[in-house]
Design a protein around this ligand. Sequence first.
Ligand SMILES: Nc1ncnc2c1ncn2[C@@H]1O[C@H](COP(=O)(O)OP(=O)(O)O)[C@@H](O)[C@H]1O
Ligand SMILES: [Mg+2]
Length: 378
Amino acid sequence: MTIRLITVLRAGLTRLRRSTTRWWEWCPPEITAAGMADFWLPAQPATATSPDAPIEERHGHPVRRIPPPEDPMTQTTEEAARLSLKDLPDDRIFDAITLHSGGGELLRVEYMPVSLDGGALVARLEFSDGSRAVLKAARRGGRAGEQMQREIWARTHGISVPGPPLLWAGTVDQFHMLLTRYVNDFYRNSPSLTSGSPDLPAVLDGLAAFENRRTADSVPGGAPLFEEDLVPVVQDAYSVLDTLPDLDRDVWMSALHRVDFHAVAGTTLLHGALVPRHLLVAPGNPLVIADWAGAAYGRAWADLVPFGVHLVCAGWLPDAAEELLQRTFPCWRQAPHGAVTGLIAAWTLHQALLASHTPPTALQSAGLAWVSHRLRPV
Ligand SMILES: Nc1ncnc2c1ncn2[C@@H]1O[C@H](COP(=O)(O)OP(=O)(O)O)[C@@H](O)[C@H]1O
Ligand SMILES: [Mg+2]
């Protein structure tokens, strides 16, 4: 294992030396509305916020907290003790936000639930002209800041991604910021991946369309590499093993031994967390994928692992989930069997660590069912 980790780090360093500007040094080009036409969605009518949500004042704007959806991986900004709007150097930031979102007066701000491994501030803004936007912001340095920088890189480095339409990305003072057009209310109620769900065809079509357009001839200089990101994920996964029942531990262990850092290296832009809460679907509209903070270059099939675990979690039997993935995604047909099994284990156990204060999640049981299925003698 240690030898493998060293090998991948060496491989990563070789790639690093070849590159000039790394993603964390990236300065986004000026964002213009023209380049965003691809994934623009018509603005949807504002929905009423729960009248029970507490209201606060921030910079003279009423602020309401949106209750988190029923997802063990999300929490309110308050619980996360994260950045709030009052921490931002308001004048310049609010001027920029108003300018880039169309010029309407900012009327209302609502904090959105954030994920346990997410960025810092995520807030929905409402303007007097009826338009709505989502502001993500994080302080420079630190993990949240790095994630924001990576998301800014992913949204501006050249490959068009089906993310929420981008209005503005930049750094002011100590803060990285990303402003996107508000897409819809799906963060309240993530799409259902159950068999027969009306959301599922839109999700599968959107992901399949994205697969066809995100592979480059070579990895752009300075891009984050999936195999490098995988190193701490695998370390975390091993650290969770001790907390598991003996029987389960043996299965997870033999799956983790199959992790293959070379097999996941590739020239496809990966999202890194294709999970329901990031998949914004609305009838008649193309799929929009939120949160590019974990984007990296790697092999296309690797992106489907979190999605596959969520399929099993939604009730698909492992072989039916695999059959669905094979039918829908050409890259899945070429995925090396052992490396997939290893990645399922690493990703699922890493999630377990993030959610360590909650009881073992349904996600963990789904991951275990899937790896057990793949490890069975044939
Ligand atoms: N532009 C947007 N329009 C609608 N919903 C969004 C938009 N951006 C993010 N969301 C929702 O807000 C949630 C939190 O945003 P995300 O970018 O994932 O932040 P983090 O994971 O850092 O908390 C997402 O899971 C998604 O459901
Ligand atoms: Mg997220």
